[in-house]
Design a protein around this ligand. Sequence first.
Ligand SMILES: Nc1ncnc2c1ncn2[C@@H]1O[C@H](COP(=O)(O)OP(=O)(O)OP(=O)(O)O)[C@@H](O)[C@H]1O
Ligand SMILES: [Mg+2]
Length: 246
Amino acid sequence: MAMIEVSGLHRSFGENHVLRGVDLAVEEGTTTVILGSSGSGKSVLMKHMIGLLTPDRGTVRVDGEEIQGLSEHGLARVRRKFGMVFQSAALFDSLNVFDNVAFPLVERGGLPRREIADRVHEKLDVVGLRGIDDRYPEEMSGGMRKRVALARALALDPKIVLYDEPTTGLDPIATEYVDEMIVSAQERVGVTSVVISHDIGSAFAIADRCAVLHEGAVVAEGTPAELRESRQPFVRRFLALWYQRR
Ligand SMILES: Nc1ncnc2c1ncn2[C@@H]1O[C@H](COP(=O)(O)OP(=O)(O)OP(=O)(O)O)[C@@H](O)[C@H]1O
Ligand SMILES: [Mg+2]
């Protein structure tokens, strides 16, 4: 079943027609990577998936439910299915690791402190971080911060995790860690993941399927192996540049 289904999505900002009929299906339990150049509309597309932006035309279905026209209450319910890892990691600087990951649980309320601690440690375990509860974000590397951000995104057991450029700005080793963590979150927790990237190496390492966004539409979609063989001109160019720079 498609966990997320985007159909005929159009969205302009003034004269800037960013999304021009995007069609995309993300199957449950898979990792889909959305590739595209800077400014191609990847973040705009992702914001439509959680209803932070509304389309001019077209629909988004999440877990079988069309999200356009939902009330604030309905939208809040759909958003609880998502965890988000923002590009900047966006941890709270004044909170240590434990409290950062505990934050969504504390905010939602209703859980005893013991249970919160168990859940926090379970999520930190998924991202391979132990014994660093008391560290503050400024005391950690960029890669570690991303992993804490993922643990926080997993805190409420979301069905879907969205990652906006999780490896941008990281060195190759940290990139590999973060890639492994995304795969491990999928394998251990069974989440559906959507990853935005312009790093083709990362994309091919983690993706079940990739979708290439160009000039407002998905111009190619398939497994990494299929994409490598693609005859689509933009995909060929995008891949050729990447091979050159490696
Ligand atoms: N809230 C907004 N208001 C006006 N224009 C916007 C808004 N959000 C995005 N845009 C425009 O939409 C286009 C696509 O932006 P978007 O952030 O989706 O690109 P992107 O593919 O995520 O790029 P990058 O890889 O650099 O993050 C850009 O031209 C941007 O200026
Ligand atoms: Mg972006």
